[in-house]
Design a protein around this ligand. Structure first.
Ligand code: ATP
Ligand code: MG
Length: 544
């Protein structure tokens, strides 16, 4: 799937055609203060795919101008996620790499009389700023001379002042209808160790100032961001113009992606992890990229999903069903189809007299022969799914096993239930069945029709297995109720069962279709001899 036409593609094509740009250069600028989620995938895929489409390049730039919230562990996690999605940044850079250049451009603004050192406190600044209906008031420090500002700014850098004592502000227009233009702060004092620059700096540039300059330094042509920055664009352009950067980048805004029933706020994700509601950022129920990966999502499915949602100028909410459909479509022809029994009911084949098992040759995926073949065991002792048996045929639609009925065991033989052995409490202990050796799968037998097709696992060669079954983490998606009250208590159910021998050595990340059950991915917490499988997605959508 290719990216369909959208407004940014149109802009890029015009820019190239009219010679305004020679090469498309984009960047993905995450703040290294959290794990990436499926919403970030829209920004990543959009930036990388657009540049690639026109033979351009994309940088990964860590927006690390706020030293307080950031951490190097997030840097590595973000790099891994982008690589996993299949993208290779042209350069990996940090906003903090440009602290010196940004500082020099702030000095340039001061020299042009376009920036001043202000002594107002944060509270006073916000009070002076005015409101949407009321113009702001000039700071009493707005008229400081260039010399005085240069001196004070140098002393801010050298550490003479305490946090919050002074700021550097752009001198724009306190009466502007756009509040962002009312002398925004461009540097603040923070005596904090930065993960990249250590204690070298005690003043840090604000995002609105640093970001356009970083785009300019890197030759970014199309600086794509989400909608909340629309009102910052004039400021972006103001800094580019007045700092007189050699290169002139432009900002374009696209709508954010939201998914029904899915939390995509960093704050809430953190709350779920910190409160222990989920097991960590890679909990398979979370929409983080690490969580989706552990759940069994493929980068191809995520890319397909993101591209199918299109790109528009408004925020959009799409159904989580759409994401699941992209996943099914990707997995269906890609993974082998195996047998696993999650709630095993023992079956003895009374007329299979040998103690040895028979190994049947089976195609791993009948729709994709390149996935090869394997051996599947059949023998005297089997397991079927408890829910595939009913003492009496419940209705005419029952296409499973019941007393006196005959079903096909897929890839093997027809079996007929002759006797039910019960426990003292009345529960079913075992089924005693006969099989018909003439009905072997592939033998061409057409003599009669079975009452359904079931999967099974041969008992003596089976491996024990754990199945993690998931439901949405949140109930009632549109509710305004607090998050803690919306947690689904059944969102992670553990089921112990068995799987066919070939699955005993499944490695973390290996993906399968379990016939009649769904798609599953092997978890990283599998124990030796007991593989653990995460339910990735059901075989069919429940929504019609
Ligand atoms: P915060 O506002 O807490 O920093 P953020 O989601 O904006 O959160 P960033 O690390 O700044 O996090 O995100 C990097 C980029 O990803 C930004 O350009 C942002 O616009 C984009 N992005 C984040 N979430 C979404 C989303 N749901 N849809 C589209 N783009 C998104
Ligand atoms: Mg952000």
């Amino acid at each position: 799937m290719e990216m369909e036409s959208n407004f940014i593609k149109t802009i890029m094509e015009e820019d190239l055609a009219e010679g305004r740009v020679k090469e498309i250069v984009t960047r993905f600028p995450p703040e290294p203060n959290a794990y990436l989620h499926i919403g970030h995938a829209r920004a990543i895929i959009t930036n990388f795919e657009l540049a690639r489409m026109y033979g351009g390049r994309t940088n990964l730039r860590f927006d690390d101008t706020n030293p307080v919230k950031e951490d190097v562990s997030f840097v590595n996690a973000i790099k891994d996620d982008i690589q996993w999605l299949g993208y290779q940044p042209a350069q990996v850079v940090f906003g903090s790499d440009y602290f010196e250049e940004s500082y020099q451009l702030a000095v340039r603004l001061i020299k042009k009389g376009l920036a001043y050192v202000c002594d107002l406190s944060a509270e006073e600044i916000s009070h002076f700023r005015g409101t949407l209906t009321e113009a702001g008031k000039d700071s009493p420090y707005r008229t400081r001379t260039v010399e005085e500002n240069l001196d004070l700014f140098t002393r801010m850098r050298s550490g003479e002042f305490k946090d919050g004592e002074k700021t550097l502000r752009a001198k724009i227009d306190m009466a502007s209808p756009n509040i962002n233009m009312r002398d925004p702060v461009i540097y603040r004092i923070l005596h904090t160790t930065h993960h990249n620059t250590g204690d070298e700096w005690c003043i840090y540039p604000m995002y609105d100032f640093a970001h356009p300059l970083q785009d300019a330094f890197e030759g970014v042509t199309h600086s794509l961001c989400s909608l909340e920055y629309v009102d910052h664009r004039v400021l972006y352009d103001w800094f580019i113009t007045h700092c007189e950067t050699k290169h002139v980048p432009h900002q374009y805004e696209f709508g954010r992606l939201n998914i029904t029933n899915t939390i995509m706020s960093k704050r809430y994700l953190k709350q779920l992890v910190d409160s222990g509601v989920v097991t960590g950022y890679d909990d398979p129920r979370l929409p983080t990229l690490v969580g989706l990966r552990r759940r069994g999502y493929t980068p191809e499915a995520i890319r397909d999903f993101i591209l199918s949602t299109g790109l528009s100028r408004i925020n959009s909410t799409v159904s989580s069903e759409m994401l699941e459909n992209s996943l099914r479509n990707d997995l269906i022809g890609k993974v082998g189809r195996y047998f696993a029994v999650m709630d095993p009911l023992p079956v003895t084949i009374t007329n299979y007299l040998s103690d040895e098992v028979e190994w049947l040759d089976v195609l791993n995926n009948a729709d994709n022969e390149s996935l090869g073949m394997r051996k599947l065991a059949f023998g005297r002792h089997l397991f079927i799914e408890r829910s595939d048996f009913a003492m009496e045929k419940p209705n005419k639609h029952w296409k499973r096993l019941s007393m006196g009925l005959e079903v096909r065991l897929i890839h093997a033989y027809f079996i007929k239930c002759e006797e039910v052995v019960t426990n003292p409490d009345g529960s079913i202990k075992e089924l005693r069945c006969t099989y018909d050796p003439n009905t072997r799968s592939g033998s061409g037998f057409t003599g009669r029709k079975p009452n359904g097709n079931l999967h099974y696992v041969e008992a003596s060669t089976a491996t024990k297995a754990q199945f993690n079954l998931f439901e949405p983490l949140l109930v009632d998606s549109d509710s305004d109720r607090p998050l803690e009250e919306r947690i689904n208590p059944d969102s992670w159910k553990i089921q112990m069962g068995v799987a066919e021998a070939a699955l005993a050595h499944a490695k973390p990340g290996d993906k399968f279709q379990f016939v009649r059950q769904g798609f599953f991915a092997t978890d990283r917490l599998s124990l030796p001899g007991v593989p653990c499988f995460n339910q990735t997605v059901e075989l069919k959508s429940r929504v019609k």
